[in-house]
Ligand binder design. Sequence first.
Ligand SMILES: Cc1ncc(C[n+]2csc(CCOP(=O)(O)OP(=O)(O)O)c2C)c(N)n1
Ligand SMILES: [Mg+2]
Length: 640
Amino acid sequence: MISITQDNVELAQQMADTLRILCADMIENANSGHPGVAMGLADIAVVLSTHLMLDPTKVDWINRDRLVFSGGHASSLVYALLYLWGFDISLQDLKSFRQLGSKTPGHPEIGHTPGVEITTGPLGQGVANAVGLAMASKYAKNIFPDAISHYVYCLCGDGDLQEGISYEACSLAGHHTLNNLILIYDCNQISIEGNTNIAMSEDISLRFKAQNWDVLECDGHNFLDINQAIENAKKLNKPVLIIAHTRIGKKAVELEGSEKTHGAPLGEKILKATKSALGFNPEAMFVIPDSIKQAFKSLSIRGLEARKKWESTHTQSIREIEEFCKPDLSTIDYPVFKKGEKIATRTSNGQILNAASKVINGLIGGSADLAPSNNTILKDSKDFPNGKNLHFGIREHTMGAISNAFASYGLFLPFCATFFVFSDYLSPSIRIASLMQAKVFYIFTHDSIGVGEDGATHQPIEQLSHFRAMPNLTVFRPADANENIACFKMALSLQAPSMFILSRQNLEVLSDTPNENICFGAYILKEASADPKITLLASGSEVSLALKSAQILENDGISTQVVSAPSFDLLLKQSREYHHYLFKESKILAIEAARSFEWYKFADDIIMMDSFGASGKGNELFSHFGFTLENVCTRAKALL
Ligand SMILES: Cc1ncc(C[n+]2csc(CCOP(=O)(O)OP(=O)(O)O)c2C)c(N)n1
Ligand SMILES: [Mg+2]
């Protein structure tokens, strides 16, 4: 079967029922999972299978269609489909669904299971990811018009559309008239607590129309109807929402339509009864009739042939795409900063970004309406979709998820930006980026109480510790413009996300060249006159204070060194020998204008923020909160 017609509806039905039972078996076997969504979406999944162009033998084919399951709790369906489509997943993997060490974790994770496009589970993220993939595809098509022609499909549920991120994302999708995006809404009007009418009564169709989408509806259990909707959606010139009216747990005996199917196995009795009702052997598990295997297989053979044909007709584009993905980073002409110069790291970072953008054609990104403050405008590029400057609007959460999508699309190095304090608004997406090890650069300026007059609401306090605690994410807080360059180079070398925490206020450039020792996370910026008794350990704007304090302590006869620590994460990764080389036998006083308890890993005492900030002049705030020469020297001496 390669497309749905009146003649093969019966076969389609058998395929869908096989999926239903397979998913229910996986969940029963694991004794955990979500049968409702899998059984409810099985019919749509079969129709979608006839539209998707995927080649299981080449999962990174750049012109493949993208399919995002925004409701990651449909993972059983994801894995069952990938198995039947012929991806590198075995029946055994389905049998070890959700078990430790399996290829089939509780929610789909990119990199873990071949064929999974992006990690989903936190509701709403996937919708925004799909918008991001459609944007990535649209920009890719602008650069490689012959080669890129695929669709982005996304399956989402009531929960995804309740989440605020979906409003943000769909607003942007409508604004950009992303006509390569088809969002299929599993409208079963059931979530965990029961009917969605307990918390939701808006008109979804009107909502999407107001956001410049086209809206279609179909019976989500009628193959011809679903197929017609998808066919129609492809012809429209806007992003399309297909509201598919479905029943959760479709065909589960006694439980169809009930929230009870949402998050628990059907149970032996009901599973057996359901199998009998559908003509399956009630006693057998994981049975897939050969005819069904063949039907799915024919779809993936079609994908393989499409990919081969694409490769043979786009040889020139393929060469260009390969070049695009391999910029010569050694040719980046970084700006030069001279010792003693005064420049905010947000400003130096803007210059670095622009220098890098000239070489890295895939460097693309923007800010949530703060580009002039974050210094993230790429001056020699146009606005998306004609260039690399993205305007996210004031939609931080979606900005994070769209950046994740750009990173997983396969051609781009995305960055996004806002004030550091508003990183909270996209933190859930940063968490997923970290889990996925997606290479995204976060540019967060206005890094501390140094923000000044905007006051406590705008002064990040606890964010630095929060992100340092996030696995796989490297946080950089450079002390000056040259450290900024070194941190940027380091970030380019990592295959994971990086975060730049940058000052609003000017900082003195402390050395003449970028210090390569930044790869260790911290390094000795100023040696002590003798074996150090005190180490002043600081990051960012507090490094200057440490240097001046060290001079006073030295004058008072206390040998003092200064360690600049732009990256706590990288320092943590170094050996005990390196830590000992760095700190020797000295007492360590850390200085950081944040809630930086983690420095107790190394430090004997910390001068940090013990409260929220306040409004006032930046320099007065630093004094007010104890970031003074006097306090540093007193606290240092108290350690001896
Ligand atoms: C951000 C977030 N909040 C809560 C959850 C927990 N959760 C998982 S599924 C779900 C209900 C989703 O309802 P719906 O999308 O309608 O899925 P259905 O029950 O129809 O399968 C909830 C609350 C989650 N995964 N992500
Ligand atoms: Mg639902």
